[in-house]
Design a protein around this ligand. Structure first.
Ligand code: SF4
Length: 333
C-alpha cells in the first residue's frame, strides 16, 4: 500500500444519526423520536481496529448496521474509500457491500439452521456469481480451513457445532467476499471466556493475513482491549470519548469511561486504583436527560452539567471527550 493510501481513511462517518419516530397508535401523529444514534463522527484508517464500547441501547450496533447498509441513516454521511455511499447507484452499492461485511453477535441465530456449513459459506459466493462448481468447492474448503475448521466438517448443520465453531463459520462467510472492512458486532460476548480468546486471536491473525480493517463493537472494555488500536466510548447515541487504546485505559477523560474501567479485572491488587463504580440505569433514549446525558449517573455532576451539553473536544492530541470537567483536568487542579 502506498503512503497516500495509508493516510486516507478507509471509512469516514460524519454526523451520523438514526432516529425512530414514536407513534401512540397506528394513525396518530409522531409524538417524538428515539435517538438511537445522535450525530456520530469518526474515521477508521486501513488496517486499523476501532473498538466501539457502550452499554446495551447506546446505539453502537445500530451504527454498525448503518455502515454496512443494513439500515438507512436518518441523517449524516458515510464515506467508504472517499465515496459517499448515499451518492452511489444500486449497482455500485452492491459492489461496496462486498467490501463491508458483518460478523454477528449470536452465531446460532445468524446462521440458517437448515443449511450445512458448506452452503452457509458458499451462499455469498453464489449470490454474487464469484464461484461455482469445482472452484466453489475448493474456495469453501479453503475458507473453512482458514478459520480453523476442517473440510470434513462442511456437511454438518449449525447445531452440530460448538458456539466457537459456529462463530468461525460466520467469520468464514464474511471472509468469502474478500472484504476490506468487517464490522464485528459483539462477536465473542455469547462465548465462554476461553473460547473468546481463541476467536479474538483468530480475528487478529486474519487481520494480518488479509490486511483487514475492523470495527469491533462490545458492551465492555475487556473484550476490546486486546484487539483495538483506538477505542470510542458511546453513551445514549453519542461518542463521549475516543482515544488510543493505551491512552484511554491509563488516562480516561470521561467519567463514563472511568466507570467502564471499573469493570475491567486487574489481576494484581497492588495495581488496582480507587475508582467510582457505575450506578443507576441507562436513561430512556426517547427522553434523554437535559444537558450532559450522563449527568443522572455521574459522580462529578455540577449545575452546568444539567443545563448545557458538553461538546466533543480534543483535550490532548488524538484524545477527544465530551465533558465539562474532564478527569485529567480535575487531577491537575
Ligand atoms: Fe459528569 Fe458533568 Fe462531565 Fe457530564 S459534563 S460527564 S455530568 S462532569
Amino acid at each position: 500500500m502506498n503512503q497516500s493510501a495509508q493516510d486516507t481513511p478507509l471509512l469516514e462517518v460524519n454526523g451520523l444519526k438514526k432516529y425512530y419516530p414514536m407513534n401512540k397508535g397506528w394513525f396518530s401523529k409522531t409524538s417524538g423520536y428515539v435517538r438511537a444514534v445522535d450525530g456520530v463522527s469518526f474515521k477508521v484508517m486501513p488496517g486499523e481496529t476501532l473498538g466501539i464500547v457502550g452499554e446495551s441501547g447506546c446505539g453502537k450496533s445500530t451504527m454498525g448496521q448503518m455502515i454496512t447498509q443494513l439500515l438507512e441513516p436518518t441523517e449524516g454521511e458515510i464515506l467508504f474509500q472517499g465515496q459517499n455511499l448515499a451518492d452511489l447507484t444500486e449497482v455500485e452499492i452492491r459492489k461496496v457491500r462486498r467490501d463491508l461485511q458483518f460478523v454477528f453477535q449470536d452465531p446460532y441465530s445468524s446462521l440458517n439452521p437448515r443449511m450445512k456449513a458448506f452452503d452457509i459459506v458458499a451462499e455469498p459466493l453464489q449470490v454474487h456469481g464469484i464461484a461455482k462448481g469445482k472452484e466453489l468447492k475448493t474456495e469453501v474448503f479453503r475458507l473453512l480451513e482458514t478459520v480453523g475448521l476442517g473440510a470434513h466438517l462442511a456437511n454438518r448443520h449449525p447445531h452440530e457445532f460448538s458456539g466457537g465453531q459456529r462463530q468461525r463459520i460466520g467469520i468464514a462467510r464474511a471472509l468469502a467476499m474478500k472484504p476490506k472492512l468487517i464490522i464485528c458486532d459483539e462477536p465473542v460476548s455469547a462465548l465462554d471466556v476461553s473460547i473468546q480468546a481463541q476467536i479474538l486471536n483468530l480475528l487478529k491473525e486474519l487481520q494480518q493475513q488479509f490486511q483487514l480493517t475492523y470495527i469491533f463493537i462490545a458492551h465492555g472494555l475487556p473484550s476490546v482491549k486486546h484487539i483495538s488500536d483506538r477505542i470510542a466510548v458511546m453513551y445514549l447515541g453519542k461518542i463521549v470519548e475516543l482515544a488510543d487504546r493505551d491512552e484511554l485505559f491509563s488516562r480516561p477523560h470521561h467519567p463514563y469511561t472511568e466507570a467502564l474501567l471499573e469493570a475491567v479485572p486487574v489481576p494484581d491488587p497492588r495495581l488496582r486504583k480507587e475508582r467510582t463504580p457505575l450506578t443507576g440505569e441507562i436513561p430512556n433514549p426517547a427522553n434523554p436527560p437535559s444537558g450532559c446525558s450522563f449527568h443522572t449517573r455521574c459522580p462529578y455532576v455540577q449545575d452546568i452539567c444539567r443545563q448545557k451539553a458538553p461538546s466533543l473536544e480534543e483535550h490532548t492530541p488524538g484524545h477527544v471527550s465530551a465533558c465539562h470537567f474532564p478527569l485529567h483536568k480535575q487531577a491537575t487542579n
